[in-house]
Design a protein around this ligand. Structure first.
Ligand SMILES: [Zn+2]
Length: 112
């Protein structure tokens, strides 16, 4: 399962950060996930809950901040939020290649 390995590497990063800052526990973790990254937020949350067991982040809440890829049609000079790799402009039919949407990173974590 793709999300499991992501949750595990995310957890190593969180544990490492918590150790560096001398935190006793992690309360909340915010991550940014692009809508074209192939990651399912709910599935990642489930795996996160598995991965956090018996770590400093065992009580942490995971907040998934989903961001959309955008596509810009040069003909119409219009920008769209898209959820596909290849996108046709709804106005002129021009094929537009989206940018972004591949994000996956740790945005913020709250510790105590
Ligand atoms: Zn267009």
């Amino acid at each position: 399962m793709h999300e499991l390995s992501i949750a595990e590497s995310l957890m190593s990063l969180i544990v490492e950060n918590a150790r560096k800052s001398g935190a006793r526990s992690v309360i909340k973790v915010s991550i940014v996930v692009g809508n074209l990254s192939g990651i399912v937020g709910d599935s990642l949350k489930f795996c996160f809950d598995e991965a956090k067991r018996s770590t400093v982040a065992k009580d942490a809440e995971l907040v998934v901040d989903e961001v959309s890829a955008t596509a810009y049609c040069v003909k119409c000079e219009t920008q769209f939020a898209v959820d596909q790799y290849v996108f046709n402009c709804p106005d002129c039919g021009e094929v537009v290649i989206p940018s972004g949407g591949q994000e996956l990173y740790l945005k913020d974590m709250e510790v105590e």
